[in-house]
Ligand binder design. Sequence first.
Ligand code: GDP
Length: 305
Amino acid sequence: MVGSAIIRRLAAENCEVLIAERKDADLLDELQTKRWLAKTRPDVVVLAAAKVGGIGANNALPVDFLCENMRIQLNVIQGSHDAGVNRLLFLGSSCIYPKFAKQPISENELLTGALEPTNEWYAIAKIAGLKMCQAYRQQFGRDYISAMPTNLYGPGDNYHPEHSHVPAALLRRFHEAKLNDAQEVAVWGTGAPLREFLYVDDMADACVFLLKHYSEWEPINIGTGDEVSIGEFAKRVAEAVGYRGKLTFDTTKPDGTPRKLLDSSRLLALGWKPRVTLREGLPKALDDFLGGGGRYRFASCDVAE
Ligand code: GDP
C-alpha cells in the first residue's frame, strides 16, 4: 500500500525508481536482499515493506509481526549499508509510542512508558528499526532517517476480514452489509477510541518531502492533526459506502490504545502539509476496493494469510 503510493509519487520526480518486488528479492531472505542491493546499488532506499495488520492480526500473529519485521529491517538496512547506500528512509508507525503517551504525541515520547499490548510485537520491531538507523548514523555516519506515520488508509489496502486495519475492515463490512440488506453491522470495541487517519498518497508525498528536506537522528511524525472517534469514523465510512442500517458496537473486541494523536509540528514547521481530507479520501479508498485493488478483496481469502 505505502510502497505503491511512493512509486506513484516518485513518477513526478526526476529519478529512476528501482522496485524490489517479492519476485526480485524476498526481503525475508538475507542473501536475496543483499544480492539485490549489491546489484542495483541505489542512491536512496525507502523501506516501506513490512508485515502489517490491524488489532486482530497483531493479537493473532505475534511471532510473524515481531520476527518478520525484524528480519526485513535487518536485511534491508544492513544490506543497504553493505552496498554503500548512504541515504535511507525507514517507515515506522505511531504505535511505537507508549499507550498513555502525552497527547498530541511528540517524538520525545519514545520509550517513556509501556506499549499498548495489542500491538507491542509490531511496535518493538519498529523501534528496533529506527534504532538501527540511529546506530548506522552514529557508527558509520550514514544518513538514515525514520518517519512515523499515523493510521493510514487508501488504495492498495489489505481488506482481510479479520486482519485489516479499521478503514479497510469497515469499507468491506459495510459494502457487504449493503449488498445483503443487513439491518445492522458490528463495529469492534466501544467506538470511543480516538484515531487520526492519513490518506496514503499524502503519506507518500511526506516521504518524498522528507527525503529532500530532513536529515536528523530523531524520528519524525507524519500526521494530519485531526482526530475522530471510531464511532464517528464508522458513520463516515457507512456514509461513503451508502450503507443505511444500524451500527452496533461489539465490546468483546479490543479497543486498543485509547488515543493516538501525533504531534506533527516538526514536519509542518518544515513546510509540508496534508491535502486529502477524510471526506475526499474515503470515496477514493472505496473506489479502490470496488475496483478490486488491494489484497484480500474476496470473502474466500485465506484467513491464515
Ligand atoms: P490500531 O490503531 O493499531 O488500534 O489499529 P486498527 O485499525 O486495527 O484499530 C483501530 C480502532 O478501530 C480500534 O479501536 C478497533 O477496535 C476499532 N475497530 C472497529 N472496527 C474494527 C474492525 O473491523 N477492524 C479493526 N482492525 N479495527 C476495528
